[in-house]
Design a binder for this molecule. Structure first.
Ligand SMILES: [Zn+2]
Length: 251
């Protein structure tokens, strides 16, 4: 239609009308692009808001799945360090405390549920991370993924080199299983012969290796991942204008 009118104006050498027709065409194209861009931006804002909601659900679930074992592992890092100090006579008590004995008997266990944040993984797989306008949240999420990979590598590495002390030294560490109705699971009642441990060079070497592994696990894997999980959650709460008390599943 427009083309036939342009041809007609060209034949009539009506240059003003030709110019006007071209301006109409160009304006139509520009408006079309603008409408498409506006619709895409509006869809991005909708998807971004939905993403942050889904991310928060993932964070709450991740904390619920990992909180109990995570806290136990973090406590164990401290207890193992204390146990080493006691074994080498650098504390004011002669025998290992119950917590120190428990910790070294379980110093070969590193496994932990390290949950994926599904909403972020899906967004990254779709190549749409750029819809997250909040730079702090983007940085925190990327660092969470990096710290999660580092923790998983660390778990694999330390598990492969740590010693199973109760099995290798049953004369030094006794484990009696019992059912704990308070937590609804089988636990081990542990007892340690501190003096005999000090007398065994082989045991001291083995427990020193485990303590070194647990220290590296806490410093390079567990704490960075745990801190990053908390940072992502804190930023999501800010964006969602949420404020909740700390509990087992929300922190
Ligand atoms: Zn929250």
């Amino acid at each position: 239609m427009i083309l036939s009118r342009v041809v007609h104006h060209l034949k009539a050498q009506n240059w003003t009308a030709v110019g006007l027709e071209f301006l109409i065409v160009i304006a139509g194209v520009v408006i079309g692009f603008q409408v498409t861009a506006w619709n895409a931006a509006r869809q991005d804002r909708f998807d971004e808001a939905q993403f942050v909601e889904n991310l928060h659900d993932d964070l709450v679930l991740a904390e619920a799945l990992s909180a109990r074992v995570r806290d136990r592992r973090l406590d164990r890092v401290t207890d193992i360090n204390n146990a080493i100090e006691t074994l080498y006579g650098r504390t004011d008590h002669e025998d290992l405390s119950t917590a120190e004995c428990d910790a070294i008997s379980a110093s070969q266990y590193f496994h932990l549920n390290v949950p994926d944040l599904t909403a972020f993984t899906e967004l990254a797989d779709a190549g749409r991370i750029d819809i997250i306008r909040d730079q702090a949240l983007r940085r925190a999420l990327v660092r969470y993924q990096q710290s999660r990979a580092a923790l998983r590598d660390n778990i694999f590495l330390q598990s492969s080199i740590a010693h199973d002390l109760p099995f290798q030294f049953p004369e030094l560490i006794n484990v009696d299983a019992y059912f704990d109705p308070g937590v609804g699971e089988i636990r081990g009642r542990i007892s340690c012969d501190t003096e005999a441990m000090r007398a065994s060079r082989l045991f001291l070497n083995a427990v020193s290796q485990n303590a070194d592994s647990y220290d590296a696990y806490g410093r390079d894997g567990l704490r960075p991942w745990s801190d990053q999980l908390n940072q992502v959650h804190a930023r999501a709460d800010v964006l969602l204008n949420l404020s909740h008390e700390q509990s087992d599943t929300e922190q």
